[in-house]
Design a protein around this ligand. Structure first.
Ligand SMILES: [Zn+2]
Length: 84
């Protein structure tokens, strides 16, 4: 968890704000934004994918927003596999 803002140095950090992905003009359906890293990106169907949900750490002084992905070790593992 961050203690200070990377841009202005303030300690007014709002940690872990969910980043919602709204579907449609009225935002009726929403789901957490997420990233995907494929262990086998060239596969036609089974790409051996790891998912990470995104959250945001927001500075309450300057508004700097920093994205954080969950399950980073699993994402890294798939990335390493894709390079071998
Ligand atoms: Zn700041």
């Amino acid at each position: 968890m961050p203690n200070t803002c990377a841009r202005c140095g303030s300690s007014k950090i709002i940690p872990g704000v969910p980043l919602w992905d709204h579907i449609g003009d009225f935002g009726v359906r929403a789901s957490p934004s997420r990233v995907e890293v494929h262990g086998d990106p060239d596969a036609f169907v089974m790409k051996d994918t790891a998912f990470g949900e995104l959250s945001v750490n927001i500075c309450g002084e300057c508004g700097h927003a920093e994205l954080v992905a969950s399950d980073a070790p699993a994402l890294w593992e798939k990335y390493e596999k894709s390079r071998s």
